[in-house]
Design a protein around this ligand. Structure first.
Ligand code: ADP
Ligand code: GLC
Length: 488
């Protein structure tokens, strides 16, 4: 099976969130299953310098500009990777989506429109590379025009579109259709039009053979008005083609037994060693060395999705617990200031590190006792899985992938030994405080806590399981595509 995977970010070349982790891991898991998966992404400066030996293999003419396909391999692998080198659109510093002022790059429609056109050329074997995929696997709005454009072709590959986050839709004025050279036949309410605007995301949702999202619960939630952003009707209409597959995690990179970024490695049989990581973290942040006080951590983008408003509301009560708090993240300045306000008032108890720091995120996962993830919605979420692997018990809002990966500690789950964390149902500050209280109480019962840690650490979050499910989905997409009768 030949698969073309298209994404707008990929770890370790460039990353703003979990999509990059998925794009960096799934192709490797596919190769281990013997599939020929190849990847296309933009040649951002970071990607080009990391792949300095990539060579030009094709020239394309896209939306009035010339572009080059550079051929290389994913770091530490033989997996083919094509970088779309179009300096006019991608040779810019910083974030792939946002300018320095925090607003989207004004030409994002053209930038990702060009990526989609390049994807179409590759999918139809028109780039002169003598390779045609059986399936094109698109991810998020930046790739949404690929299914739309391919739907107009007679002998096209099968199409899978993965929703990593429905909140980002790629909406642009109608006039953009002309700039992007989109055939007028795609412009209608059952096509790319969304309330008078061009929606990249709808291209993926309407025209793909199969749609999936990154957890079974989120696949159900987005069919309701609360999570559907006005697309719930379309998603319900396509529910026979919509499913959920949980992301895996990179279990080599996120392994407390071999992690070179942490002060002290440990596993589920040597959990007493984990304390050395807490001490190192306390020293790093100049917090009092308190081996017996629970340390609660948060890592993530400081945006409304992640429930930062709930945390801020709960902060006065949370600070009354004999606990320490460590926050790592960046995002909306209101949230940054809100967290910094509390850390300035309680410097002995709470620290906030504004920024993005991969190594520190490992040290926090290893050093903390409890990980807080109260997201208002969460398509999958990776940190609650990293946490469980590090024996750092998560407290989560029971939504999306958080609901699917964390088993709340109740009398029943404690008894049958399936408990692996704590969850709460209502996205309210008071529910969050209640869950923290439960965690804090259980923390004092060392034996129970140890058992929860061991259950959490034994869970299988590997990519292998998810990759097998993707293989089945590709086969279904191929079958659906073969049943489409093209008009004579
Ligand atoms: P999302 O993609 O919505 O941001 P995920 O949980 O799927 O959420 O993935 C976020 C990824 O980004 C995780 O790997 C997490 O560790 C990482 N991350 C987020 N913020 C930071 C940060 N400030 N420093 C280091 N890593 C971060
Ligand atoms: C998105 C979601 C996150 C998910 C990630 C990877 O960024 O917000 O929940 O884990 O994509 O699929």
């Amino acid at each position: 099976m030949k698969i073309l995977f298209i994404a707008s970010e990929l770890f370790p070349l460039i990353k703003t969130g979990g999509l990059a982790d998925v794009a960096g891991s799934l192709p490797k898991a596919m190769h281990e299953l013997g599939k020929d998966m190849r990847v296309l992404m933009p040649a951002y400066p970071q990607a080009k310098s990391a792949l300095s030996n990539a060579t030009p293999v094709a020239h394309l003419h896209l939306l009035g500009h010339s572009a080059t396909l550079l051929s290389g391999t994913l770091p530490k692998s033989q997996i083919p990777l094509w970088l779309l080198d179009a300096p006019h659109w991608f040779e810019r510093p910083g974030n792939p989506y946002l300018a320095e002022d925090g607003n989207p790059w004004p030409d994002n429609a053209e930038r990702f429109g060009a990526l989609c056109w390049a994807g179409v050329h590759l999918a139809m074997n028109r780039a002169g590379l003598d390779w045609q995929p059986d399936v094109v696997h698109c991810n998020d709005w930046q790739t949404g025009l690929v299914p739309a454009l391919l739907s107009l072709e007679t002998h096209r590959p099968a199409l899978l579109f993965t929703i990593h986050n429905l909140a980002y839709q790629g909406l642009f004025p109608e006039a953009t259709c002309t700039t992007l050279e989109l055939p007028p036949s795609l412009w209608h309410p059952e096509g790319l039009e969304f309330h008078g605007q061009l929606s990249f995301l709808k291209g993926g949702l309407v025209y793909s053979d199969r749609i999936n999202t990154v957890s079974p619960t989120y696949a159900r939630e987005i069919q309701t008005p609360r999570f559907g952003y006005g697309l719930e009707g379309l998603l319900r209409h396509r529910k026979d083609r919509l499913s959920g597959i949980l992301n895996g995690i990179d279990t080599n990179k996120w392994n407390p037994a071999s992690d070179t970024l942490i002060a002290q490695t440990y596993d589920s049989k040597s959990l007493n060693l984990k304390k050395a990581n807490k001490l190192a973290l306390q020293q790093h942040f100049q917090l009092p060395s308190q081996p017996d006080q629970p340390l609660l951590a948060f890592i993530g983008r400081l945006v409304p999705q992640k429930g930062i408003d709930l945390i801020l509301k709960a902060m006065p009560q949370l600070l009354k617990f004999p606990m320490q708090f460590v926050f790592l993240g960046s995002g909306d300045s209101d949230f940054e200031h809100g967290l910094l306000y509390w850390s300035r008032r309680h410097p002995q108890q709470m620290v906030v590190h504004i920024g993005y720091d991969e190594a520190l995120s490992h040290q926090i996962e290893a050093g903390a006792d409890i990980f807080l993830m109260p997201s208002r919605f969460e398509p999958c979420g990776l940190n609650q899985m990293y946490s469980q692997r590090y024996g750092t018990l998560p407290i989560v809002h029971r939504t999306g992938g958080l609901a699917d990966t964390v088993t709340d500690a109740t009398p029943l789950t404690l008894k049958d030994k399936t408990a692996s964390g704590f969850s709460f149902d209502q996205p309210h500050g008071s529910a969050l405080v209640e869950a923290v209280k439960r965690a804090w109480l259980l923390y004092t019962h060392e034996k129970d806590w140890r058992r929860l840690q061991q259950t959490a650490m034994a869970k299988d979050f590997s990519w292998r399981r998810s990759a097998q499910e993707y293989c089945r989905l590709y086969s279904q997409a191929i079958q659906d595509n073969s049943q489409i009768v093209t008009p004579a």
